[in-house]
Every structure is written in C-alpha cells, then in structure tokens.
Design a protein around this ligand. Structure first.
Ligand code: UDP
Length: 235
C-alpha cells in the first residue's frame, strides 16, 4: 500500500446525506465501512470530522451570538459527529479512540499527541474531535495540523465531488479536471481546496493533500492502494 498513515477529513455536511440537517445513519454506516476496509489492511487511520451539519461559527451572527461562542458551539458539533462515527465504527468491529481538543473527560480523551500516535500504532482508528480547540479556526486547519503532528503521509479530503476542477463542473461544462496540481498553482489559480490557514500549513510542511469523492464506494481503499483517484496537491 502507498500510504501507511493517513488523515481523513470528512465534512460535517457529508454526514447529512439527502437531509437538510443532522446525521443520516446510512451515511454514517457507509463511511464506517470504508474506513474499516483500509484499517483492516493495516493502514493507520486518523479522522477529523467537521460540524457544519449542526453548527458553524459564522452562523453565530444570525442567532445573535458572539463569534467565539459560535465557534465553540461548532467545535462541540464536531464532537457530536465524532461520537456518532465512533459508535458506527465500533459497531462494525473497529477499535477506535476519540481525542478532543477541548477537555470533555466523561466523553473522550483529551488530545495528547503521543497518545494519538500510540493508538495508531496499536491499530486503533483515532478520531480528533473539537478541531484544534480554538475559535477562528476550521476543521480543515485541524486536519492539516493534526496530520503534521502525527506525521501522516497525506491528508485525504473526502468530498462529494471527484476532485479539483478549474471551475465548478456543475455550472461550467468546460471545467478542466486536475489529477495533479502543485500548491503554487492552486494558489495562483485561486482554487478552493481548503481555507488558506489549512492550505498553508500543508504547503509549508510539504504534506500532500488528496481531494477525492468519498461517496464512491471503494475510493478510499483504491487511494491507499496507490491508484490515482481524485486530485493530488503536492510540491
Ligand atoms: N471550529 C473552530 N475551531 C476549530 C475547528 C472548528 O472554531 O479548530 C468551529 C468553527 O466555528 C467551524 C465549526 O467549528 O465553523 C465547524 O467546523 P467546520 O466548519 O470546519 O466544519 P465542516 O465545514 O467541515 O463541516
């Protein structure tokens, strides 16, 4: 297999399936199966999951809340999603640990880098909840940062699209698909891969990103096997 240790980033929205809000149990089971498959191959798997299906800090204003409060609500939303994924994985027979960037000791372990690495070495799927634990960040940034900390080989950004295009393929029929692209070109073309903080972290630490369609069954395994799936962003 091509990658020994991966960090998989899933958005909160992807958990909604066809719903407008919350968690679709079918999506949860589907993702758990995909993760189980690669974990069973001996790949060390860490997961960061977003919270956008429940709450995002940028919505705080709409609710008359202050931004920081909203961001903490968003972080707690990621913990809810992480707990749901953890349960789905455990039901599928996968050993997991949930490590949170905010201390919630009755529910999960605190994030401690060495502990995360030890869990991975023991073959447990590690889920990082609560982002990095600080407001004004996103779970994409958490994915980049945690991946660097645990020395993952790659960040796999699971999305609903096949990868990166020159334009939105749903709006522009001439949109060009990139199977490989450099950090520099992503930046110069103004393509939207991750937010700038997350993207810069990967670039400065030479950590490749693969944007791929997580909703196509078997894609995650194909990627880990070394097949060209999605768009690889690298130096
Ligand atoms: N968040 C934060 N710090 C972090 C990670 C997340 O403040 O380190 C908050 C932020 O408000 C964000 C929300 O949690 O909008 C949910 O995460 P995100 O929007 O990244 O989820 P996704 O878009 O992937 O579903």
């Amino acid at each position: 297999m091509k990658y020994k240790r991966i960090l998989l980033k899933l958005s909160g929205e992807s958990l909604m399936g066809e719903q407008q809000y919350g968690i679709d149990s079918g999506m949860l089971l589907k993702y758990a199966q995909e993760i189980k498959e690669v974990s069973a191959m001996g790949v060390e798997v860490a997961v960061v999951i977003g919270g956008g299906n429940i709450f995002r800090g940028v919505q705080a204003d709409e609710f008359g809340l202050d931004r920081v409060q909203g961001d903490y609500m968003g972080m707690l939303a990621t913990v809810i999603n992480s707990m749901a994924l953890q349960s789905a994985l455990e039901k599928a027979g996968v050993y997991t640990r949930l490590l949170s960037g905010i201390n919630i000791q009755q529910v999960c372990e605190p994030y401690i880098r060495r502990r995360a690495v030890r869990h991975l070495e023991k073959g447990r799927v590690v889920i990082f909840g609560a982002g990095i634990g600080s407001p004004y960040f996103t779970t994409d940034s958490a994915a980049s940062l945690r991946a660097i900390e645990i020395e993952a080989d790659v960040v796999l950004k699971g999305t609903r699209v096949d990868g990166i295009y020159s334009a939105d393929p749903e709006k522009d029929p001439n949109a060009e698909f990139y199977s490989n692209i450099s950090f520099k070109d992503v930046f110069e073309k103004g393509l939207n891969v991750m937010d700038m903080t997350a993207f810069t972290l990967c670039k400065e630490n030479n950590l490749p990103i693969i944007v791929f369609n997580m909703n196509k069954a078997g894609n995650l395994k194909r990627l880990v096997d070394g097949e060209s799936v999605g768009t690889l962003v690298s130096m």
